[in-house]
Design a protein around this ligand. Sequence first.
Ligand SMILES: *Cc1c(COP(=O)(O)O)cnc(C)c1O
Length: 395
Amino acid sequence: MSATRLLRQQWLATKFTQPLKRWNSTAAGLQASALKINKADTLKPLVPNQDLVFGQTFTDHMVTIEWNADKGWDAPEIIPHGKLCLDPSATVFHYAAECFEGMKAYKDKDGKIRLFRPDMNMARMNRSAHRIALPNFEGEEFLKVISEYLKLDQRWIPNERGYSLYLRPTMIGTQPTLGVTAPNKALLFVIGSPVGPYYKTGFAAVSLKATTEYVRAWPRGTGDSKIGGNYAVGLLPQLLAAKKGFQQNLWLFGDDHQLTEVGAMNLFILWKNAQGETELVTPPLDGAILPGVTRDSILSLAREWGEFKVSERKLTMPELRDAVKENRVKEVFGAGTACIVSPVKMIEYQGEELNIPLDPNDSTSQAGPITKRINKAIMDIQYGEVEHPWSVLVN
Ligand SMILES: *Cc1c(COP(=O)(O)O)cnc(C)c1O
């Protein structure tokens, strides 16, 4: 068997949670037991829940773990949250050697800390890192380090339903060289930011610009990786859409305008399909779609409910437009960790405004009944109101 084939087999066999030691087979794996903690001398004052703005407040500490191709992973460290010191030639600044995760820690009503399906974030981060030639790590060990970090900074995890501590695990290439090569040095770090509910006063449905002049991702590209490079290229289209009053881009692909994602969220449509069946549909994981943890959770829950057809399949904007005009569309929403669900009230496509219904039984509501039900079901699990294997206690 060829070396590449062998590596690929090992890679698949480990389900992306074990390191792929492509650089040096004797390099060390990530080891939580080697953790060193350097506590901050002074702790910052907490920010009251109602004053929290997404991503602006950070806890007292952060996790850093250095890697190099010869030695592998260094001892993980928890240090005071602060500046990083990098050479300006570091790979990340020039060739976007960066991948990240978005996950949350919740406090349940007994004050216990919970994570939601964190194994999926670990697996996805290893896949993202692999795609841009950054090193892999032992997901379970990294989770143990994150758990220690959460225990140390637990006063920053708000104690109220809807609030949480947003975690941003990030990996960057730090090799100080301008050569375009896979970096032989990397830094894995985690920062934490207390966040409030996405919708403080009930849902707020968004208007979308179906974007035809820019493409977010394409098959065999990197749309399925959570890498920084995917987001920089979306900022200009987002700005242009915002100038016209749209909150998000609805990203399309191909000449037939296939639906892909909405902003940085997965897309869901509840409709009566052309065959007259009620169906919840989301685009398939064809390589251009980010495999969202929320997406996967919604599909599982809806399949468990068994009340309507649940499909992962291609759908085009003209099909959606026709369905809206024939009053077959019931609900449209985006899905992601930050908001869980983001209801859509309007889509502008080729100069035409397509109005999406919200709640037929409540004209003041900004979300449809299934959108609301999904949101509640997931929150109940995240906050431990309903016991479920997806909710993992940090002990
Ligand atoms: C992170 C992300 C999502 C949502 O993923 P979750 O795991 O549900 O938070 C969807 N689309 C894009 C492009 C993303 O970056």
